[in-house]
Design a protein around this ligand. Structure first.
Ligand code: ATP
Length: 135
């Protein structure tokens, strides 16, 4: 079994889609190991998106992820990292396939509702940022 760090970004909260999105992960069979509703500051955003801080798209992404409360989660299950990314769909909601969270619910490449760790190394790094006390 594997753990992954998932964010239900501020657009998910603002649009009232927390139940819908969380329900998809639960229905798939993933377990919630940790969950927190909070608003992050810019420094936490920079830590989380360390690999993107120099990119052109980062400043508006930083504003977006700090714009209101989000839900941070650790989900666990067999191949959880790959399973979550498949459920999330392609980064750009306009291109993501129907049946995926982004494909069904997002029309944007920034406000794309969810984040999921992209590798075991990223999952370890991100879980430590968001849930430093998680055993
Ligand atoms: P995530 O890491 O959030 O699961 P991802 O792996 O599909 O998404 P990344 O390439 O890691 O996408 O980009 C991280 C986030 O940055 C995206 O989820 C999206 O919110 C934003 N983003 C990525 N590319 C763009 C872009 N070209 N324009 C605007 N925002 C972007």
């Amino acid at each position: 079994s594997q753990r992954t760090l998932v964010l239900l970004k501020p657009d998910t909260v603002r649009r009232g889609l927390v139940g819908e999105v969380l329900g998809r992960f639960e229905a798939k069979g993933l377990s919630i190991v940790a969950m927190e509703f909070r608003t992050i500051d810019g420094e936490t955003a920079d830590q989380h998106y360390a690999e993107h801080v120099e990119r052109d798209f980062y400043p508006p992404l930083r504003d977006f992820v700090t714009s209101g409360p989000l839900v941070a989660l650790v989900l666990e299950g067999d191949e959880a990292i790959e399973v979550v990314r498949a459920l999330n769909g392609a980064t750009d909601g306009r291109k993501a396939l129907p049946g995926t969270i982004r494909g069904d619910l997002s029309l944007s490449n920034r406000e794309n509702l969810v984040h999921g760790s992209d590798s075991p190394e990223s999952a370890d790094r991100e879980i430590k940022i968001w849930f430093p006390d998680l055993p």
